[in-house]
Write a protein that binds this ligand. Structure first.
Ligand SMILES: Nc1ncnc2c1ncn2[C@@H]1O[C@H](COP(=O)(O)OP(=O)(O)OP(=O)(O)O)[C@@H](O)[C@H]1O
Ligand SMILES: [Mg+2]
Length: 905
């Protein structure tokens, strides 16, 4: 029988051989190695490994698949392999004797079945036939449980099942045996440990996953070529020789120098065919002196990823640090290093880099390059209306091209003709959908060193997770269909309440394995790493009393036919969204509602429109001579609070500035009008602001010479990635269903470079839909699923009639419905902080499970956390905060939390 057809037969089935778990990185870190040479020198501060991925890579038991064996490791395997293989052949009395296949007979039920015994085998299979020369059709996993068996292919799909087999025969299955089972002929290649099955590793080792296949190839290479061609420059003697030949660009022995890991023997074997001397790659000290410890760690990580030192033959990375941690600086340091240096003979690793970023950040990237490297060291080309890509193509002067995603699509053909060695996708979360044009365009670029930068957690949705992983390291998780079978399905099943213990265990193991596999090239640090460099942050949730006109209109809206029909489930076409929209407008200001009604009345579809049943009679609630242009602050509770807040900030902190955020252009118009009325200088950035002007507006505001007091920002239009550190007060005027939008906006000011304590005010109208949206943000319902995602809007939210009833209720007598829901015993008369957190379970928003749980400041606040905040009613007598003191008259309740508290406020 020919056996060469099955993939495992082509590469050697690891399960047939004694299993080898390659030692994880045994390569000494340059730190260790160089410190050994001179123990007095502390070269760089590698941060203590707080990251699970860093821990896992040091623990071969945790993740054993991804790294190349070192020379010693390889030798050890070779030796052990030969020894064990030969001992098996000669000494093992159970060593299989090949015999003709026999069909296992179906039992008649007379044998006892021990239910708990499950065995796993790696097998090759083919359809049953009488032909002499058979060809194995594929690898498979045979799972035998009592009298039944399942045969799964390496994509995790069931390809055979049987029940009622003679237990004794199934029990006797052993390596080398061939047999007929469920109409298929199989040969048992080896036994799989339950651990390898539950982790999913056996599917990869079968030979399908490219990551692993290249791994096994490497092992084979190591066996057949015991590193003959590898130069040995990492020995002390050789290193000294190589230094004579080729010196590192910066002194690796200088104090505080940041030195990259030297390539190990396998890396050299693969990438240093010419046997160049090994040269230390040292980060430019000019940059190092600015770097925070987490940034140094990040640069080491990025370097190792793109050099293919972490995962064999894979050069992708995802840097998912929370917002504001300086992902830009880490990338700039990497580009500058790779462009000037390399470990082999000092030869630069890259020539050209492509940075793709949202349009509003193109100039920010240019500025950051200039800020950290000046304008002489590196030549940057940014594509815009005046600077066409042809200029970059024609000139060899520039090494970095910065382009927006939109422009990339337009100039894809030209870009494809340029050889880029490094691709960086900023705010790369948008590539989570592999079907969209941007993703397919970027995938089509041949560059294999790919980095995704994102501030958003990426494990919330397992399919999106796959898309991002597959973009940076194509094929590493196999095909989408096998990924689904092996990881996604078991993980999702295990999270369902009905999951059996077995399913739960399997799901957890698969999740752990997936984390381990991908954790080698994903790095995420939370805001906490920079908190200590930042000034205090005082966050306030302010519940504003609605104005009289607002209450009257709110009641009328809730009594409208449209709302009643919604609650009876009688209307089609999601009219609840129109009702919600009207209530939200009313909360911002009644004049917005007035304008909407007038506009709709004039439209030709008014008669057929559902809005008619919502707005009917509403206009009569407004004063007869109501003019929306002459709106007053008293008509809106929030606007009154805002106006007082601006005035007290202006008075008490005349040199500080305010970022004022709304999600609606019309609301921004009102806020702009308020600025004008009070004579506050302002600047504005919304969806209509041309991309070319955005950075200029941001720079103007951040400049200490600017006279602007207020930055009006539409968070959805331009919030992502902006640095607005010129402002130290941020007011969120309205609330979005998606907590991510609000969190994004809030992160604009409390970030590196901020000099003043930061005050954040979230304004909510008491008892209204705004409180309900807030509650949804912080409740389990809001937290579950992938909420921290800017693409999720209210249209994606499904409401039950019960939920709609709750949404469409006005709580007129409560000072704070949210506080009522917290089950807190205080009456709001005094400062109060709630019970300990343990009483409440904090929701998980990561599909990969609890081992992924880290404190994540991007996670929306939970109810239990909110209860921990200081809270008090507006009537509370001794308010120590002078800003809150000024607005208390219009406020029914406050929640306040201070991070990094010092004495100064
Ligand atoms: N080591 C540092 N020292 C001082 N300022 C720094 C340092 N690192 C970064 N910054 C500044 O911090 C700000 C935030 O950095 P950056 O824009 O790179 O954050 P980010 O991680 O990309 O965040 P986002 O996810 O919001 O885009 C920038 O103004 C940057 O210049
Ligand atoms: Mg950024």
């Amino acid at each position: 029988m020919r056996r060469s057809a099955a993939p495992s037969q082509l590469q050697g089935n690891p399960f047939k051989k004694p299993k080898f778990i390659p030692p994880a990185r045994s390569n000494p870190s340059p730190n260790e190695e160089i410190t050994k040479l001179n123990p007095d020198i502390k070269l760089f501060e590698v941060a203590t490994n707080k990251n699970t991925f860093l821990q896992s890579q040091n623990d071969p038991g945790k993740c054993s698949l991804n790294l190349l064996p070192t020379e010693e490791g390889a030798r050890e395997i070779n030796h052990r392999d030969c020894f064990e293989a030969s001992s098996m052949a000669t000494l093992d009395p159970h060593h299989p004797v090949h015999s003709a296949p026999k069909e296992i007979t179906v039992s008649k039920g007379q044998e006892e079945e021990p239910a708990s015994l499950v065995k796993y085998f790696s097998v090759v299979w083919c359809k049953a036939s009488k032909k002499k020369h058979k060809k194995w059709e594929g690898d498979a996993i045979l799972i035998v449980k009592g009298k039944s068996f399942t045969l799964k292919n390496l994509d995790g799909k069931d390809i055979g099942r049987g029940i009622g087999y003679k237990f004794k025969e199934l029990e006797k299955i052993e390596e080398g045996q061939t047999m007929m089972i469920g109409g298929k002929e199989i040969e048992v290649m080896g036994v799989i440990s339950p651990d390898d099955f539950s982790s999913g590793r056996c599917f990869q080792l079968g030979g399908k996953s490219p990551a692993i296949s290249s791994f096994s190839q490497t092992i084979k290479k190591c066996f057949s070529n015991p590193l003959k061609s590898v130069c040995k420059p990492s020995s002390k003697e050789n290193r000294q020789n190589s230094f004579q030949n080729c010196k590192p660009r910066h002194d690796p022995y200088a104090p505080n120098s940041l030195v990259m890991l030297r390539p190990d023997d396998n890396h050299q074997w693969m990438f240093n065919k010419n046997c160049f001397a090994i040269v230390d790659v040292v980060i430019d000290p000019h940059l190092v002196r600015h770097l925070r410890p987490h940034q140094k760690e990040g640069i080491i990580f990025l370097y190792e990823c793109v050099m293919g030192m972490r995962v064999n033959g894979r050069c992708g990375a995802i840097l998912a640090d929370e917002m504001g941690l300086g992902k830009t600086l880490q990338c700039i340091s990497l580009i500058w290093t790779l462009q000037c240096q390399g470990p082999y003979g000092g030869k630069p690793v890259i020539k050209k880099t492509l940075i793709v970023t949202p349009g509003s950040l193109v100039n920010n990237w240019r500025k950051e390059f200039q800020k950290w490297l000046g304008s002489e060291r590196i030549k940057i080309f940014t594509v815009d209306q005046d600077h066409k890509i042809e200029e970059f193509t024609k000139s060899s002067f520039y090494s970095v091209l910065i382009i927006s995603y939109e422009m990339l699509l337009r100039s894809l053909d030209q870009i494809k003709n340029i050889k880029f060695d490094l691709l960086i996708c900023d705010e790369g979360h948008r590539l989570k959908n592999s079907a969209i044009k941007t993703t397919t365009a970027l995938i089509s670029l041949s560059c294999e060193k790919r980095i995704i930068l994102t501030g958003t957690p990426i494990q919330n949705d397992l399919q999106e997770f796959f898309a991002l992983i597959d973009f940076v390291n194509p094929g590493i998780l196999g095909s989408l269909s096998s990924y689904r079978k092996i990881y996604e399905e078991p993980i999702i099943i295990s999270r369902q309440p009905s999951a059996s213990e077995e399913e739960k265990e399997l799901g957890e193991r698969r999740a752990a394995e997936l984390t381990c596999l991908t954790g080698l090239f994903i790095l995420r640090r939370t805001q906490e790493v920079v908190n200590k460099y930042l000034p205090p942050k005082i966050e306030n949730v302010v519940f504003c009393r609605p104005g009289t006109l607002q209450i009257a209109l709110y009641r009328k809206l809730l009594n409208s036919q449209a709302v009643r029909f919604c609650l009876q489930g009688l209307l089609e076409n999601s009219p609840h969204l129109i009702c919600i929209g009207a209530l939200k407008k009313l909360c911002n200001h009644p004049c917005l509602l007035f304008s909407s009604i007038k506009e709709k009345e004039c439209s030709s579809t008014w008669d057929k429109n559902e809005e008619r049943s919502l707005y009917e009679g509403l206009i009569n609630v407004f004063p007869a001579d109501y003019n929306p242009l002459m709106f007053t602050e008293e008509e809106s509770g929030k606007l009154q609070v805002l106006s007082k807040l601006l005035s007290v900030i202006h008075e008490l902190r005349p040199t500080e500035k305010v970022v004022l955020v709304s999600n609606y252009t019309q609301t921004l118009n009102i806020l702009q009008e308020v600025c004008k009325r009070h004579g506050y200088a302002y600047t504005r950035l919304d969806g209509q602001t041309p991309i070319s002007q955005r950075q200029q507006i941001v720079d103007g505001f951040n400049s200490k010479y600017s006279s602007d007091f207020i930055f009006l920002l539409s968070s959805k239009a331009g919030g992502v990635g902006l640095n607005l550190i010129g402002g130290s007060h941020l007011i969120l005027y309205d609330i979005d269903w998606n907590p991510a939008t609000d969190i994004q906006a809030m992160s604009r000011v409390w970030r590196d470079g901020q000099k003043h304590p930061v005050h954040i005010y979230r304004l909510l109208t008491t008892g209204t839909i705004e409180e309900k949206i807030y509650q949804r943000q912080i409740s389990k319902q809001g937290l579950s699923g992938a909420v921290v995602d800017l693409t999720k809007t209210s249209e994606h939210i499904q409401f039950s009639v019960e939920e709609l009833k709750n949404l469409f209720t006005l709580h007129e007598s409560s000072r704070c419905v949210t506080h009522d829901l917290l089950d807190c015993e205080c009456t709001g008369e005094k400062d109060h902080t709630g019970d300990s957190l343990e009483k409440f379970s904090v929701s998980r928003n990561c599909q990969l499970g609890p081992h992924q749980q880290k404190s994540d400041s991007l996670k929306p606040l939970s109810m239990s956390q909110l209860k921990q905040w200081k809270h008090f009613s507006g009537d509370h007598l001794n308010l120590t905060d002078p800003f809150l003191e000024r607005i208390r008259e219009n406020v029914s309740f406050f929640f306040q939390n201070i991070t990094n508290q010092t004495t100064a406020m």
